[in-house]
Design a protein around this ligand. Structure first.
Ligand code: GDP
Ligand code: MG
Length: 712
């Protein structure tokens, strides 16, 4: 009962990118989130809570930023959060190895008039670098409690919470940077004016606002319109700025920045001693090679190539094991259960659909294992840096690189990886580019069709389709950037973090998180879709079984009078299932689609196979298997490839057209659900309409050009 009256302390967790905010957040709340290595991983708002010494704490993880100047969206988000939601305290996570830069932000929180406690994070690294930081001295000089922490190990978190409790109790320390006589005089005048509107100054702390006005902060100036005598204050600030820049010979905002850094340096001089070290830092020596002007890119491609090689080499065996497991399960059920709808649903529907997707799990694990090692060591930000220029030419970003690479594995995690992009427009552009990178599920379709119709060089055809996807992805982005996503790509501001030894725990959670999301999708979306496909290919059951059988038997006897009984049975079974399929819902849909797909040279069976392709691309293969299953049974030891080749409606041109269509058509349901979650309903619908139209047009062009050239 009494717990209801208990107070909850709301902590806003802030800091520069890569200072260890997320690590600290996880250490405090015990929730397991991704700990990323490159800036901006924390785009979304994450919250968590904990209890300590009988008090409840609610934590909000703010985006990583360098300043509160409100230039970037993240800065606006942070500033508005602190101003509007008024957390009880800001805990600023500082990178102790780079205090000068990190304190710059910290002081701006202090100026907002909210209690601030700083975590001197990465204190282990600072020590290794020979930095001796006197936390007490620094606290006293700046008026901000400072606690040494190691985010990755949760070291110092109790002391940090104790400091938070104390600071919340005590309120803001009132100590703030001093900007020197001239500026302070102007600030005092502006503050007095700002205080004349109580409502305004309640929301926007007068001193902070006054500083922003001297800094010529656009947002702050715009905010003045809410002030009773805003126009007057605006003119006043303008006059002061002019006076200051004349007096100092430089812009007022530069003077403010310089004063702040001067104040910080003064404090650090007292509180931090550096033990000189002779060795060049490890990071610098590694970067001499990895970031080398000439070696950088080749080494990078080698690493990526190695990862894909390793992923598929190591992943192949467990994938086969899983496939064998599901095949075994199928035959076990076939033997144990009586023939009927239930068995068919289990075997042909659920196991075929879900099993196919589950079998890819080892590949996903391997891929993310390698990638998260690259990420946590700090190499990934370097890869983004190296590819930035190239991708910018197409309206993408260095940070788009990783999602695009992941796209070759699976579109779902690839789209989730776009979270590292800060500008929403860059994010959308990357999200729309990713599906053209052929994902793992498209590979079996390509292999099947290329193997059946391009027997001389199937490998080259598959490669060409992959390449076409990459080119299409780039060209499409250029097009979208000129139309629906007009606007500049945001400049690439990014620090290269030092190389770090990744922790087993961090890697484990990262891989687990991603794998679990994949498995969850397989267990929900794919499961539902598999059942649906089974239903539409099975029902309605038209006609009387024995009547049909005897009719087909008569036909077969007329067509092939010399055939043995066994062969005849095969032909009858084949016709029966073909008849069933043709009259099923799927068959009707396929026929309904004929006017649309005929110009592409597709028969109704391909139309039917494409429908589950919307759910998951690998289902195209299994559906074709079901559709041509009859022919396979009828032929002597024929494979699906033979059956496709024997279909007079199929030829190499149709196969190529189909591959192009599958390359471009909308990604699977799971991907669409992810796009919806990450970018919203509108962009998901756009993606469907866009890629479907593009797929049809490109397939039509391929067909038309092919017909002209080959006469097929
Ligand atoms: P954020 O961008 O501020 O959320 O930073 P993260 O929590 O993602 O941390 C960035 C990197 O620094 C990760 O590789 C962490 O494992 C690492 N890290 C975080 N805190 C510490 C620390 O106190 N000491 C050391 N050595 N590494 C840390
Ligand atoms: Mg983070």
């Amino acid at each position: 009962m009494s717990q209801n009256t208990e107070r909850t302390i709301r902590i806003a967790l802030a800091g520069n990118p890569n200072a260890g905010k997320t690590s600290m957040f996880n250490a405090l709340t015990g929730s397991h989130h991704k700990v990323g290595n490159y800036p901006g991983v924390t785009v979304e708002k994450r919250e968590g809570s904990l209890e300590y010494r009988g008090t409840k704490f609610h934590l909000i993880d703010l985006p990583g930023i360098y300043s509160l100047t409100a230039y970037s969206l993240d800065e606006v988000v942070t500033r508005d959060f602190v101003l509007d939601e008024k957390p009880d305290i800001v805990v600023d996570v500082l990178d102790s190895t780079n205090l000068e830069r990190n304190l710059y932000l910290c002081l701006q929180f202090q100026e907002l008039g909210i209690p601030v406690v700083a975590a001197l994070n990465m204190s282990d690294e600072a020590e290794q670098n020979g930095l001796l930081i006197d936390a007490n001295m620094l606290s006293r000089t700046l008026g901000i409690p400072m606690i040494k922490t190691v985010g990755t190990e949760g070291k110092g978190k109790e002391a940090l919470l104790d400091a938070v409790l104390e600071a919340v109790e005590a309120g803001s320390s009132g100590k703030m940077p001093n900007y020197g006589t001239e500026i302070e005089a102007k600030l005092a005048l502006l503050e007095a004016g700002l205080k004349s509107d109580a409502v305004f100054s309640d929301k926007y702390p007068p001193r902070w606002m006054a500083i922003k006005l001297i800094e010529n902060d656009e947002h702050a100036i715009a905010t003045l319109s809410q002030h009773g005598s805003g126009a007057k204050l605006k003119a006043q600030a303008e006059e002061y700025r002019a006076w200051l820049s004349k007096h100092f010979g430089k812009d007022a905002e530069i003077i403010i920045t310089e004063q702040r850094y001067g104040y910080i340096r003064g404090a650090l001089k007292e509180a931090v001693k550096k033990i000189p070290r002779f060795k060049a830092s490890v990071t610098e020596s590694i970067d001499k090679v990895l970031m080398n002007e000439f070696l950088g890119l080749p080494v990078f491609f080698l690493i990526i190539w190695g990862i894909f090689k390793l992923t598929f080499a190591v992943g192949e065996f467990p994938v086969q094991l899983l496939e064998r497991f599901f095949a075994g399960l199928s035959s076990l059920l076939m033997a144990a259960l009586p023939a009927g709808f239930f068995r068919s649903l289990l075997v042909d529907g659920i196991i075929a659909g879900v099993g196919g997707v589950f079998s890819f799990v080892p590949l996903i694990v391997m891929l993310f294992l390698s990638l998260s090692i690259l990420e946590d060591t700090g190499y990934m930000s370097r890869a983004a840096f190296l590819t930035d220029k190239f991708l910018h030419a197409f309206g993408l970003h260095g940070q788009s690189f990783m999602p695009l690479m992941l796209g070759f594995g699976c579109t779902v995690p690839a789209i989730m990886a776009t979270r590292t992009l800060k500008s929403p427009r860059d994010r959308i552009a990357t999200i729309l580019a990713v599906p053209f990178m052929s994902c793992g599920a498209k590979l079996p379709v390509y292999v099947l069709l290329a193997g059946a119709f391009f027997t001389k060089n199937p490998g080259n055809v598959v490669m060409a389709i992959y390449l076409a996807g990459v080119i299409l992805s780039m060209v499409s982005t250029v097009f979208l950037r000129k139309t629906v996503l007009k606007g500049q790509t945001t400049p690439f501001v990014m620090e290269l973090p030092p190389y770090r030894m990744p922790t087993v725990r961090g890697i484990f959670w990262h891989v687990w998180d991603k794998t679990w999301q994949y498995v969850k999708k397989a267990g929900t979306v794919i499961l539902a879709a598999s059942v649906l496909i089974w239903v539409i290919t099975t029902f309605p059951q038209v006609g009387n079984e024995s009547e049909l059988a005897s009719r087909f038997a008569d036909e077969a006897r007329i067509e092939a009078p010399a055939a043995a009984q066994e062969q005849l049975d095969g032909i009858v079974a084949a016709r029966l299932s073909e008849y069933r399929l043709e009259h099923s819902i799927a068959g009707s849909i396929g026929k309904f689609l004929t006017p649309v797909i005929q110009p592409l040279g597709f028969n109704w069976k391909i139309g039917v196979a494409l429908i589950p392709g919307f759910t998951a691309k690998e289902l195209v293969v299994s559906t074709l298997g079901i559709l041509y299953g009859a022919q396979i049974d009828a032929g002597d030891g024929a494979s699906l490839q033979d059956a496709l080749r024997n279909d007079p409606r199929m030829n190499p041109l149709v196969a190529l057209t189909l591959m192009v269509f599958i390359l471009v058509m909308p990604p699977c349901f799971a991907s669409l659900a992810t796009i919806r979650a990450e970018a919203g309903n509108r962009w998901m619908l756009f993606q469907v309409g866009y890629s479907l139209t593009l797929a049809w047009v490109l397939a039509f062009l391929v067909r038309a050009a092919g017909s002209l050239l080959t006469g097929m």
